[in-house]
Write a protein that binds this ligand. Structure first.
Ligand code: SAM
Length: 249
């Protein structure tokens, strides 16, 4: 285990996870005593480094063609931690398929492997809708799934077209303007019989605990001032109204 502040200093300035978010995942790993952690979407390896610094064995997966400077190996070196970095040909969904396959017996029982999974990759309904189903099989009972960027939309990030493997202009208007991960969280994760403790934090993070049989709870928490939340809600209402007007034309 490494001191959080020392690690934050050693990897300062490397995108994409902020030190504030890093502290949250670091503290989550420590508080829940998560031994085995999986991250989907590595980039420079900052999130992975924070989780490894908290004492977890971290496996992190990205596209084979993903090249970052500094590389996740270099980030890990600076942070003084070790990571297992997997670079797959096409998508982490295929890698998850191989993991489920390897851990399945002839009766369809899957031996889970992770205490915490951080999903921070495609932000796409089709890819991550499948990913969360496979993740649930690999999560140990009591383990947590964390999804980043619940509010992200294609419309707000057109330049991503060049790197995310999705041709944005082929998406319908609702697919461009509605947050895919919020739909994955609300309609797949929160309604899945295994995930019973759900929490949305600051609108961009979704936490889900695998605890089948427990009473379902879904809470919303924020660390932001109330005024920011009201502005966000007003913006969403305006977006909805614009869509309604457009559909009436
Ligand atoms: C926001 S970055 C990840 C940031 C990182 N988790 C951190 O904490 O710094 C998203 C990453 O997901 C990867 N990604 C997106 N879709 C993917 C997919 N279907 N399979 C594998 N990697 C994917 C991208 O290549 C990118 O490196």
């Amino acid at each position: 285990m490494r001191d959080f502040d020392e690690v934050a200093r050693a990897i300062a300035g490397i995108p994409f996870m902020s030190p504030a978010q890093g502290r949250l995942v670091y503290e989550h790993v420590q508080r829940t005593d998560a031994r085995d952690v999986l991250e989907l979407g590595t980039a420079h390896g900052v999130g992975a480094a924070y989780m490894a610094a908290a004492g977890a064995n971290v496996t992190t997966v990205d596209f084979a063609g993903a090249h970052y400077d500094p590389s996740p190996e270099e980030t890990a070196r600076r942070a003084g931690v070790e990571l297992t970095v997997v670079r797959e040909f096409s998508s982490y969904t295929w890698w998850l398929k191989t993991q489920v396959e390897e851990r399945s017996d002839a009766h369809g029982n899957v031996t889970p492997a992770y205490d915490f999974v951080y999903l921070d990759g495609a932000k796409n309904w089709t890819i991550d809708g499948l990913a969360v189903i496979l993740i649930e099989k690999l999560l140990r009972p009591g383990g947590w799934l964390l999804m980043d960027d619940l509010h992200w939309t294609y419309a707000q990030d057109p330049h991503r077209d060049a790197t995310d493997g999705i041709v944005h202009r082929e998406l319908s208007e609702p697919e461009r303007t509605e947050p895919h991960l919020r739909a994955v969280f609300d309609l797949i994760v929160a309604q899945h019989p295994s995930f019973t403790e759900l929490r949305r934090e600051d609108e961009w993070w979704g936490w889900a605990r695998k605890h089948p049989g427990a009473p379902r709870t879904y809470s919303v928490t924020t660390s932001r001032p109330l005024s920011a939340l009201i502005t966000n809600t007003a913006r969403k209402a305006a977006r909805k109204a614009r869509r309604r007007v457009a559909s009436l034309r």
